[in-house]
Design a protein around this ligand. Sequence first.
Ligand SMILES: [Zn+2]
Length: 72
Amino acid sequence: MKNSGICPKCGSNNVVRVPDNGRYASSNSIYTTRATLFGKIPVIRYVCCSCGYVENWVERPDELERISQQFG
Ligand SMILES: [Zn+2]
């Protein structure tokens, strides 16, 4: 869905990217350190506007590395 722009559930191409702006979508973010903005990893969401399916993605390689070090 992130790369194809096609919903894997219903096949629609009505897929939108919803960035984590820290205000409306912060509940799903991953925190590598407690209660600091520095430790907050934004999770980008791709939402199918046809069926409502949602995918979550961490987009930046350095952030993936931080998660790997923290939880791996
Ligand atoms: Zn869909």
